[in-house]
Design a protein around this ligand. Structure first.
Ligand code: TUI
Length: 311
């Protein structure tokens, strides 16, 4: 908080971002995180333009603090989401799951700060060149769409490659993880799995309970053969997907069909057997629900104590 570049740039109290979890990160969760002083993010992935506009306006009713929108670049609604973000005067977006170059100028010209999730050094350098305000270096411990490199290896390499602030993500859920990220040169952290279990998170209870009872080896990555690897809890769905992926008689189209709608099925409908419960490897460390305030304040206090200075 003392001269932290991420806090200063965004006008927030704690350098803690909430992951832009599709079907999960709504106005209520984003506002709760921002209200405490972190950066809450509304996931644009699953909303068309008008639904996103309604979410942004709802978050504004719930908090007067800064919040942002996560633009998932593979979303079918990406064009309308970019338009709405610019029209509504959202101050910050995070981008993920791809290369944001096509949208960079439009967002920047509308005064939006763009913070890009990167899974490799090359893209980090490219987005810095294009005017990104910061990057989120996300290691493959994280949930959902993942790259190939771990947080421990990725963060310091990205830190050395760019001159903009680096936020670390993937495998962080407590003060030890936050302090470790700072030791690697990060100026902030992003957490998805930890906020998935927040009291203010509206994900289906079945999903939340599965995350809270997960152990260290309970996630699996599927979808590598399709070019978009995804980490989720092991269940009937992900085991079946992994099996079919190894079967040469199953076409990529059939696999895509099996995956479509799976996250919604788990997160919204609560079908945690046939749906996809995306979450990170750190789920094994997360055993209790807590409010966003309890989560953010305890993690920052623990990290500060471990580091021997204020975050
Ligand atoms: O985007 C994420 N995580 C996500 S998105 C998502 S929604 C979904 N739903 C169904 C199937 C698949 C996904 C669930 N989780 N995280 C950010 C992230 N971005 N992680 C890794 C990357 C990334 C990877 C490659 C960013 C850029 C990149 O560059 C590729 C390129 O084209 O240069």
């Amino acid at each position: 908080m003392n001269n932290n570049p991420v806090c200063e740039m965004l006008g927030i109290k704690y350098p803690v971002f909430q992951g832009g979890m599709a079907w999960i990160a709504d106005a209520k969760l984003a506002a709760a995180v921002s209200e405490v002083g972190g950066l809450g993010l509304i996931a644009a992935m699953n909303s068309n333009g008008e639904q996103l506009r309604a979410q942004i306006r709802e978050a504004r009713k719930l908090t007067d603090k800064v919040f942002g929108v996560n633009l998932m670049l593979m979303s079918p609604f990406i064009e309308e989401a970019v338009e709405v973000v610019c029209e509504e005067g959202v101050s910050v977006v995070t981008t993920g799951a791809g290369n944001p170059s096509k949208y960079m100028d439009r967002l920047k010209n509308a005064g939006v700060k763009v913070i890009c999730v990167v899974a490799a050094v090359t893209l980090a350098k490219m987005v810095e060149e294009m005017g990104a305000s910061a990057v989120i270096a996300e290691g493959c411990e994280s949930g959902g769409h993942v790259g190939e490199t771990t947080t421990m290896a990725l963060v310091p390499q990205v830190v050395d490659a760019v001159n903009i602030p680096v936020i670390a993500a993937g495998g962080i859920a407590d003060g030890r993880g936050m302090a470790a990220a700072f030791m690697l040169g990060a100026a902030g952290i992003q957490m998805g799995t930890r906020f998935l279990t927040a009291k203010e998170c509206g994900v289906h209870d079945n999903y939340k309970e599965k995350v809270l009872s997960a152990g260290d080896r309970d996630t699996i990555v599927t979808g590598r053969t399709l070019g978009h690897p995804v980490r989720a809890l092991k269940n009937r769905m992900s085991r079946e997907f992994a099996k079919l992926e190894r079967d040469p008689s199953v076409s990529p189209e059939e696999l895509e069909k099996l995956g479509a709608g799976a996250l919604r099925k788990a997160a919204v409908e609560g079908d945690v057997r046939n749906g996809s419960c995306m979450c990170g490897q750190i789920a094994g460390l997360v055993h209790e629900e807590g409010t966003c305030r309890e989560i953010i304040e305890s993690i920052c206090a623990d990290a500060s104590r471990l580091m021997g200075r204020e975050i």
